[in-house]
Design a protein around this ligand. Sequence first.
Ligand SMILES: C[S@@+](CC[C@H](N)C(=O)[O-])C[C@H]1O[C@@H](n2cnc3c(N)ncnc32)[C@H](O)[C@@H]1O
Length: 206
Amino acid sequence: MNPTNHFDERAKTWDSDPVKIARALAVADGIRRNVPLSPATRALEYGCGTGLLSFALLPHLAHITLADSSPGMLTVLSDKLAAAQVTNMRPIELDLVTDPIPPERYELIYTLMTVHHVEDTDKLLRDLFALLTRPGYLCVADLDAEDGSFHGPAFLGHKGFDREDIGRKARDAGFRKVDFTTVFQMTKRDSPGQTEFPLFLMVAEK
Ligand SMILES: C[S@@+](CC[C@H](N)C(=O)[O-])C[C@H]1O[C@@H](n2cnc3c(N)ncnc32)[C@H](O)[C@@H]1O
């Protein structure tokens, strides 16, 4: 599954959707409530898109590396960083499905609505575990298990995640403490099936 071209096309208008902005702010609040952040914390966002979540967390962190596989998303993000004259956020092109694990390590890794695009969840969780310092925290915000109406029939990724199942995968990857909260709810009134789509925040401790 390679969603990159799809996201390249959507990058320019991504920030004009108020739901995406509200979602990122709600997840940032959830992370702040559930993870001890300090002005010295160095973080990685995986699947950052245009950086909505990282801009919300930046006042609480020292430095953020923002990784995405879509050059289009990274171009929009770089333009935003230049406009805001931010120097402690660094965009990188990274796809852990095909790229080796970079050498840097982070005290915090977070990812929003990205894990369902990656086929091999077990490998991704192992890679993110390897990218963390010890102690370190992984925050995954994603859809709860859904009936497929969120993306429609052509979508090849995961139809959300069962919390127990992804929690077990996180423990299998090495995480020792895994907790869940509900951080946001999306509504799709024109959906042919399910119309309410809750988002969980999984906080996994290394
Ligand atoms: C639904 S968007 C979410 C973007 C952002 N997190 C947000 O909530 O606004 C999913 C993002 O994950 C990125 N993505 C998908 N598969 C990826 C992969 N294998 N590696 C890195 N990024 C990926 C896409 O390019 C896209 O920017």
